[in-house]
Design a binder for this molecule. Structure first.
Ligand code: PNW
Length: 451
């Protein structure tokens, strides 16, 4: 422990999860189907045909799970709401049972002195909205704003940080271009509507939350420092395009009120038929924090001849690998935080690390301890370089349904036996408990949203 960096007073340590990955109980409490129910029940989409029907059975075991978070001494818990529990078809009046579940959860956190950080959309769109076109349909952001309003009205006085969207870039790229996540689309052209409507949904949710709550609002973006494979002009150009789509497409419109240069290739239509007058004002309303999810850097080269994409992602060699084969490059987190500050300057609000973590199955998981310690050292280095970072939530509290990998990747501080639902804290849980409890006492976020 002695080698861990010190953090500024008020810095919060927490843990993250997401609804479809932990809740199960997909047919209970009046919940409607989501695109992940449909996708996971489509043959060949998830490894070994696994699905989130039961997952961690958190819907029934939430109190014990909150006790595990309390046992860490964590100051924050980032979780997500399943939209289709609150509005089974994604529109219309709230389903009382759905709101009641999340209200009990939020009150249970507050009773344990843990700040609730609530994500509105962690990829589980109500299937009924997908049937109408999903994020390609301009009505979806309108529905998302109404859903945000329902949550703000009910929980606006108790949620301490609102996160509108989780990783819109990953949802767009893996769900709508590569087709390896729900809704499983492989759009190779005219992708701008999906991008733009995600952003518009974010903006409308920000308005709704600011009307109904005084707590800070943000989104959680997945950022990755981009490294060109060589200094050839073709590799450099491909890397610049990749950097634009992953790191700036869902950031520049929000922080600067404009799309990043080069985004036009995402449509063959007239941009003005998609980005309507006034949209960028809605999208760029002030947010009070920036959520950063970090896993690893991206090594990018020019695409092979005839490839439909303008870049190719390569394997990064020469680094330790997690059980998911993802390279471990903690300094990439410092690099990206510093580059966000350089690019956005004073437009960049205070940063929260809303996810960082690794897949590692062992109960005696020194690997995960080293991984988190590395990322925390990178955060400390970024703070020293002038980036205002306010909190860190590790992914994840417990093993859960890891999307297309099913239960094969284990990201938890707590091991879950998916046959018995027995939770067993790993060694990293005990270590992270010391990190959390060593943190200085924290002022109320609601009193002091921006510092
Ligand atoms: C994030 N990639 O997903 C999500 O927010 C979590 O739900 C997920 O469990 C966690 O990271 C671990 O995967 C990602 O391909 C999925 O670069 C894929 C990528 C990155 C993040």
């Amino acid at each position: 422990m002695s080698d861990l960096p010190q953090f500024p007073p008020g810095f919060r340590f927490g843990v993250s999860t997401a609804s479809y990955q932990i809740e199960g109980a997909v047919g209970e409490g009046g919940r409607g189907a989501s695109i992940w129910d449909t996708f996971a029940h489509t043959a060949g989409k998830v490894r070994d045909g696994q699905n989130g029907d039961v997952a961690c059975d958190h819907y029934h075991r939430w109190e014990g799970d909150l006790d595990l978070i309390a046992g860490l001494g964590a100051g924050a818990y980032r979780f997500s709401v399943a939209w289709s529990r609150v509005q089974p078809t994604g529109s219309g009046p709230a389903n009382p049972e759905g709101l009641d579940f999340y209200e009990r959860l939020v009150d249970g956190l507050l009773a344990r002195n843990i700040d609730p950080l609530l994500t509105l959309f962690h990829w589980d769109l109500p299937q009924a909205l997908q049937d109408l076109g999903g994020w390609a349909n301009r009505d979806t952001p309108m529905r998302f704003g109404e859903y945000a309003e329902l949550l703000g009205e009910r929980l606006g006085d108790r949620v301490k940080l609102w996160i509108t969207l989780n990783e819109p870039y990953i949802h767009f790229a893996l769900g709508h271009v590569q087709g390896i996540h729900a809704p499983g689309l492989q759009m190779l052209s005219d992708q701008l509507p999906v991008v733009h409507h995600l952003l518009l949904g974010h903006g409308l949710a920000v308005s709704a939350l600011h009307r109904t709550s005084s707590s800070p609002v943000t989104l959680a973006n997945n950022y990755s420092p981009v490294w060109p494979k060589s200094d050839s002009e073709a590799d450099q150009m491909a890397a610049a395009v990749y950097d634009m789509v992953q790191n700036h497409l869902f950031t520049a419109p929000i922080l600067l009120g404009e799309y990043p240069p080069g985004y036009e290739f995402l449509t063959t239509a007239d941009v003005d038929s998609i980005v309507l007058e006034g949209d960028l004002e809605v999208i760029s309303q002030p947010i009070q924090a920036m959520g950063v999810n970090y896993y690893n850097p991206s090594l990018i080269a020019a695409p092979p001849e005839g490839d439909p994409l303008p870049f190719a992602r390569l394997e990064l060699e020469g680094y330790p690998k997690t059980a998911f084969d993802w390279p471990v490059v903690p300094d990439g987190l410092r690099e990206l935080l510093v580059s966000l500050k350089e690019r956005y300057g004073d437009r960049l609000p205070p940063v929260w690390i809303t996810e960082s973590g690794c897949s590692w199955p062992d109960l005696d998981d020194q690997f995960r301890i080293d991984y988190i310690a590395g990322d925390l050292a990178a955060v400390r280095a970024a703070i020293d370089a002038g980036v205002d970072v306010r909190g860190y939530c590790t992914w994840s509290l417990m093993d859960n349904f890891e999307w297309a990998e099913g239960y094969h990747q284990r990201f938890g501080l707590v091991h879950v036996d998916f046959d018995t639902q027995v939770r067993t804290p790993r060694r990293s849980y005990e270590w992270y408990r010391q990190v959390c409890t060593a943190a200085a006492p924290r002022p109320d976020l609601q009193q002091d949203p921006t510092g």
